[in-house]
Design a protein around this ligand. Structure first.
Ligand code: B12
Ligand code: SF4
Length: 667
């Protein structure tokens, strides 16, 4: 039997989050990742008479083999069918489900006998609705797939009945039936290692190593904890180490994301794992997810030592009232302490908040905005503010379902107008399945409806201009009012020019800077410092876009390979006095330069460059042959002017690491 397992299309939102341009103006891109769930399924049928393969629609989009126009669906269907599979399986996520539906429909039209199966979170929770609505989808395997999927293939081969396939939803005589749930796999170490020969790993692919399943908490907006029955399971340290080693040795990968909804569920396991990982000295870095009330200093120290570089914390809400309403119950003071501690251990943080939760009022949203914005002032922190998405499967869904109204302002692949309109019509007409694109009716008539529409795209912009954000906070601007005025400004200035009304909520950083200028003038908040910061942010934007007129006469441009640094000795330190670390600076201030730094992904930042990095960049600027760099650096390192702590292992460090060690990000 031939089985093809397919990824779902995944829009790459990073151009939007980088704030580079309006999304609709960006080159269309799909985000690629190693589909660990599909690889695990392929592994589970390896001992059967089955030839499994993976079709990655995202890679096909990026390679131009699948166009981003109305042929997206027919072309994907034809490519998938080119190997004449007997069974086609799709992973599903709420955001891309309309694309999956249309690809499946195109497949069934061309090959009616081919069996189509869906799995993963979205299909599992919407199984009955999907099977009732779409006749071209044959089966849905709910939740954990490694035992159920082989059973389904046996049933398709006539070796067992459908009713005897655990976790299966299927049609029987026009009725949708759901077989009982299978017990969870007790020991995840028994799962096969991902068979990477089924995919082509490309440098841009994100690698998520699955270390375990199941968070025991019960936040009532969450779908992933109930998906794994809220039962915490985790692989052994040895098993995870062998997976890391495999990716490092076979693919040169040294940076990983760990997939587990709550890495720090079991404190003893964390300490044991981190100690094993540090001892193994694999030289890898990694990220994970945690809750601030499950992390302490001892774990954090062990995690930092073992290579943890970033932790995602869902803080979600900025008031005790909403913390309790969502059954999360985090102490905001404790959260701040733990996040600050992470930074002290050199671990960056990504912090998620949600706007528009069911119990939200103007007051609580103001609290969340204040809390979220205050984290922007910390170095090593990215803050996200997501608009609340109601997910079927979360424990609060049944309570709010009748209250939902359509949300039309969302970002999708930049498809042609007609296909996009068809997709939006599909979503609107099947609202039970696409509940994620909804808002609560009770928020419709309040002032913050407009806010919720722009909220999701707001923080990527604030992350890009933190000095302006800090300035406005210091000036005492109410964050709710600021966001409300931004929403109004966008609607006024973009509505008329925006060819697609549902993109009217997308503003660029340049738009935001224009808005801030008007906003601050109308409130008499300006001043020399504000004008300078604004000028700097505008220059940074021009620099980001590569415009030639950002080059000031005093600039010195140095390229370190992956990034370009443009020194500008004219920038005044006092402009950045609010940035963490600046006041405590022990350097002679005259030896510090400020610079623009362009990252490989095109984003730009303002950085403070210390004395050593300035010296290194000067040398690098003089030598054009990399071979000459090492002796020059050695001379520099052994010279008395270099502080002791930099001398120790500097010579063995790369140029980039040396420069990085002396650069402090102020933006
Ligand atoms: C890693 C991850 C990502 C990675 C990699 C994607 C991936 N799925 O591999 C990236 C960053 C790319 C990503 C992106 C997104 N993600 Co994500 N992601 C996850 C995460 C944390 C782990 C997924 C994982 O690898 N699990 C481990 C593997 C082994 O499990 P699995 O993939 O679920 O597969 C098992 C079963 O589900 C089933 N199964 C899966 N596919 C199939 C297919 C068939 C045919 C069958 C029979 C069975 C089956 O069998 C597998 C083995 O048991 C989950 C949360 C979670 N803990 O599950 C969220 C999660 C799946 N993501 C989510 C979301 C919302 C998104 C995005 C929409 C975010 C965004 N706005 O951009 C995108 C959408 C991507 C897309 N294609 O549309 C939501 C989905 C909610 C929903 N109701 O649909 C989740 C649940 C997180 C959450 N918010 O709670 N994601
Ligand atoms: S939101 Fe996070 S902590 Fe809460 S139940 Fe879900 S996975 Fe667990």
């Amino acid at each position: 039997m031939k089985v093809t397992l397919c990824t779902s299309p995944h829009l790459d939102r990073s151009p939007l989050f980088d704030g580079r341009e309006r999304y609709s103006d960006c080159p269309p891109m799909a985000q690629t990742f190693v589909p660990m769930g599909l690889l695990s399924l392929a592994g589970s049928v390896a001992n059967m008479d089955v030839k499994a393969q993976i079709f990655d629609v995202n890679k096909q989009i990026n390679a131009g083999a699948v166009p981003l126009n109305r042929e997206l669906y027919t072309c994907s269907a034809e490519l998938i069918l080119s190997d004449a599979p007997d069974v086609i399986g799709f992973m599903t996520e709420c955001d891309s489900f309309h694309h999956v539906v249309r690809i499946c429909s195109a497949i069934k039209t061309r090959a009616p006998a081919t069996v189509i199966v869906l799995g993963c979170v979205h299909a599992s929770y919407n199984a009955t609705h999907i099977l009732q609505r779409y006749p071209f989808i044959d089966y849905i395997v709910r939740e954990e797939g490694e035992v159920a999927f082989p059973q389904l293939l046996e049933a398709i081969a006539g070796q067992r009945t459908l009713a005897a396939v655990g976790n299966l939803s299927y049609r029987d005589d026009g009725q949708v039936r759901s077989a009982p749930a299978l017990p969870l796999i007790p020991d995840l170490d028994t799962l096969p290692l991902p068979d990477m020969s089924l995919v082509t790993l490309q440098p841009a692919d994100s690698v998520w190593i699955e270390i375990g399943r199941g968070c025991p908490f019960k936040c009532n907006f969450c779908v992933t904890a109930p998906y794994w029955s809220r039962r915490h399971r985790i692989k052994s340290p040895q098993r995870i180490l062998s997976e890391l080693e495999f990716f490092r040795d076979s693919y040169g990968r040294r940076d990983f994301n760990f997939t587990h909804d709550l890495f720090t569920t079991d404190r003893r396991w964390v300490l044991k794992f981190c100690s094993a990982l540090a001892d193994a000295d694999l030289g890898v870095t990694w990220t994970c997810s945690s809750r601030t009330d499950t992390l302490d200093e001892e774990q954090l120290a062990a995690m930092a030592k073992a290579g943890c570089r970033d932790i995602y914390f869902g803080v979600e809400a900025g008031t005790a009232e909403v913390q309790s309403a969502i059954d999360k119950g985090l102490s905001l003071t404790e959260a701040r302490q733990i996040i600050t501690l992470c930074h002290r251990y050199g671990v960056s943080t990504t912090i998620g908040f949600i706007a528009g939760l069911p119990s939200e009022t103007q007051e609580t949203l103001t609290g969340t905005l204040k809390e979220a914005a205050s984290y922007l002032r910390m170095n090593r922190t990215i803050v996200h503010l997501f608009g609340f998405g109601p997910y079927r499967g979360s424990s609060s869904f049944a309570r709010i379902e009748k209250d939902l109204v359509p949300e039309v302002q969302f970002v999708d692949f930049p498809l042609d107008k007609q296909t996009d309109a068809e997709n939006r019509a599909l979503i609107q007409s099947h609202r039970d399945i696409f509940a994620r694109y909804s808002r609560l009716a009770r928020h419709q008539d309040t002032g913050f409806h407009a806010i919720l529409e722009v909220a999701e795209e707001y923080f990527p912009i604030l992350n890009s201009v933190p000095h302006i954000t800090a300035y406005l906070m210091e000036a005492g601007v109410d964050p709710y009012e600021q966001l409300y005025c931004w929403a109004q400004w966008l609607l006024r200035s973009r509505n008329s020019k925006c060819p697609r009304p549902y993109h009217a909520h997308l503003g660029s950083i340049d738009d935001f800077l224009d808005f801030v200028e008007t906003f601050s003038k109308s409130r008499e908040l300006g001043g020399d410092r504000f004008e300078d910061l604004l000028k700097w942010e505008r220059l940074k934007q021009l620099f980001r876009a590569g415009a030639p007129d950002t080059r000031l006469s005093s600039d010195e441009v140095v390229s370190s390979g992956s990034s370009e640094i443009r020194l500008n000795p004219t920038v005044r330190l006092e402009h950045f006095r609010h940035a963490p670390g600046i006041e405590k600076d022990s350097h002679d201030q005259s030896s510090i330069s400020f610079a623009f730094l362009r990252r490989r992904n095109g984003s730009a930042e303002i950085v403070r460059v210390g004395v050593l990095a300035t010296a290194i960049m000067e040398i690098a600027h003089q030598v054009h042959d990399v071979g000459q760099l090492t002796p020059a650096l050695e001379d520099l390192m052994t010279s008395a002017s270099i502080p002791e702590q930099h001398r120790e292992n500097s010579v063995s460090k790369t140029f980039e690491q040396l420069v990085a060690s002396e650069i402090i990000f102020v933006s």
